[in-house]
Design a binder for this molecule. Structure first.
Ligand SMILES: NC(=O)c1ccc[n+]([C@@H]2O[C@H](COP(=O)([O-])OP(=O)(O)OC[C@H]3O[C@@H](n4cnc5c(N)ncnc54)[C@H](O)[C@@H]3O)[C@@H](O)[C@H]2O)c1
Length: 376
C-alpha cells in the first residue's frame, strides 16, 4: 500500500479593477484590445431580454465592428430565470456556437445576469474568464462586485453557486437612466444596507439626497448623486470582500437584512423584488435590534424613514404568515447547528460584533416568532 501527499498550496491573485463612469463601451473595447483580451479568441455577451434591445445589440454590433469574434445570448428577464435550467441553456448555446476554454463571457445587465453568467463562467470548460458590465443600481451596488455567483432553487435563493471573481467590473451610470422607477427603488435597498452597516456619513447623505433619484428624470438630473452612491457602494463592498472573500466571518455583515429578506423573497415566489425583500428584512433587523438594545428607537425610525423615502416597503404583507417565514429562515446559508443566525447593525454605520468576534448571532425560534408577530 502507498500513500501520497498531493501538495497544491498556491498563491492566487484574483485582483481586478472596478471602473465607474458613463458610456463605457469605448473603455471596454480598448481594454479588450489590450491586456484584458490577452489569450481570448471569442466572446459571449450574456444578457437578458430587457437589456438586450437597450444595450446588448449595440455592444454586439460594436464588438463585431471592432473585429472581435462574438455571440450574443439572452434569456427572459427576471429572477425566475436565475435557475439551473437557464444556466444549461446558456452552456448548450455556447457549446453549439463553438465556445471553448479560450472564450470569455461579458455579463451585461443587472444582478440576475451577473450572478448567472458568472456561474456559467466558473464551470464552463472548468472555468473561463468573465467581465461584469453592470447596468442596474442593485447590480452596481452589490451583485457585480465580490465574486459571489449563483442560481436559485425552489427551496431558496442562491443555494447553488461558487465564488469566482470577474476579470474587471464596469459600472455604467448612463445605463441607470433607462431603469424603471421600481428598479431604481429596488437598487437602493442594498445601498441603504451598506450605509447602515458601514458609514454613518453616507447614511446622512442618503437621508438628504435619496429622493432626488426618484424624481422624474432624477437619475439624469442628479448624476453627481449617482456617482457618489456608486463609488461609496463599491468601496464599502470591496473593503469587506478583500478582508474575507470566502465569508468565514466578516463578509457575513453584507447579509444585514438578508436573513428575513431572502426567506420572504422565495416565499413571495419572486413577486417581491430582491431589493424590496431586503428592505423589509432591514427594517425588521433594526426593530429586532432595538429589542435587543443594539439600536435606539430614534435610529430605528431613521432607518424606516429612509427605506420609505426610497419607495421601498418596511412591513411584511398579511399573506405571509409568521410560521411560514420562520420555517423558511432555516434555509438561510448562515444556519449553523440548526440555529437561525442574524446580523445586526449597531447604531447607524456599524455592525454588532458578538462573542468570539463573530458578526452573527443565533436566536431561538420562539423568540423570533414572538418578535415577528409583534412588529409585523
Ligand atoms: N452576487 C452578489 O453578491 C449579489 C448581491 C446582491 C444581490 N444579488 C442578486 O442580484 C439580483 C438582483 O439584481 P437586479 O435587481 O439588478 O436584478 P435584474 O438583473 O433582474 O435587474 C432588474 C430588472 O432591471 C432590468 N434592467 C437592468 N438594467 C437595466 C437598464 N439599464 N435599463 C432598464 N432595465 C434594466 C432587468 O432586465 C430586470 O428586469 C438577485 O438575483 C440577487 O440575488 C447578488
Amino acid at each position: 500500500m502507498s500513500k501520497f501527499y498531493v501538495e497544491l498550496k498556491k498563491v492566487v491573485d484574483d485582483s481586478y479593477d472596478i471602473e465607474v463612469g458613463r458610456n463605457l463601451f469605448d473603455t471596454l473595447v480598448n481594454d479588450l484590445k489590450g491586456e484584458l483580451g490577452v489569450g481570448i479568441s471569442k466572446y459571449a455577451i450574456i444578457t437578458d431580454s430587457n437589456v438586450k434591445p437597450l444595450y446588448g445589440d449595440k455592444l454586439y454590433e460594436r464588438l463585431v465592428r471592432e473585429g472581435f469574434k462574438v455571440d450574443l445570448i439572452s434569456f427572459p428577464a427576471g429572477e425566475k430565470s436565475k435557475v439551473r435550467a437557464t444556466k444549461e441553456m446558456i452552456e448548450d448555446e455556447m457549446l453549439a456556437k463553438g465556445h471553448r476554454r479560450d472564450s470569455c463571457i461579458i455579463a451585461l445587465g443587472g444582478g440576475v445576469v451577473t450572478d448567472l453568467a458568472g456561474f456559467v463562467a466558473g464551470t464552463f470548460g472548468r472555468g473561463i474568464p468573465f467581465i461584469n458590465y453592470s447596468t442596474s443600481i442593485l447590480g452596481s451596488a452589490d451583485a457585480s462586485v465580490g465574486g459571489k455567483t449563483a442560481v436559485d432553487t425552489p427551496l431558496a435563493t442562491n443555494l447553488i453557486g461558487l465564488i469566482y471573481q470577474p476579470k474587471k467590473v464596469y459600472i455604467d451610470l448612463a445605463t441607470w437612466e433607462t431603469l424603471p422607477k421600481e428598479q431604481i427603488s429596488n437598487g437602493l435597498a442594498e445601498t441603504i444596507k451598506h450605509a447602515c452597516l458601514a458609514d454613518k456619513v453616507f447614511f446622512e447623505y442618503l437621508e438628504e439626497h435619496i429622493q432626488e433619484l426618484l424624481e422624474p428624470n432624477g437619475i439624469h438630473n442628479h448624476a453627481e448623486v449617482c456617482e457618489h452612491i456608486a463609488e461609496k457602494n463599491c468601496k464599502i463592498k470591496y473593503e469587506v470582500v478583500k478582508q474575507d472573500e470566502r465569508e468565514t466571518n466578516l463578509r457575513q455583515i453584507l447579509n444585514l437584512g438578508h436573513t428575513i429578506g431572502r426567506a420572504i423573497e422565495t416565499l413571495s415566489d419572486y413577486t417581491l423584488l430582491h431589493g424590496e425583500a431586503v428592505a423589509i428584512g432591514l427594517a425588521m433587523q433594526a426593530q429586532i435590534g432595538e429589542k435587543l438594545g443594539y439600536v435606539s428607537t430614534e435610529e430605528v425610525e431613521r432607518v424606516m424613514k429612509l427605506i420609505e423615502k426610497a419607495g421601498l416597503p418596511t412591513k411584511l404583507s398579511d399573506d405571509m404568515p409568521t410560521d411560514k417565514v420562520v420555517q423558511k429562515l432555516y434555509t438561510d446559508k448562515k444556519v449553523r447547528s440548526g440555529k437561525i443566525r442574524f446580523v445586526f447593525q449597531e447604531g447607524i454605520g456599524s455592525v454588532k460584533q458578538f462573542e468570539d468576534e463573530n458578526y452573527s448571532i443565533a436566536l431561538e425560534e420562539d423568540f423570533i416568532r414572538e418578535i415577528i408577530d409583534e412588529i409585523r
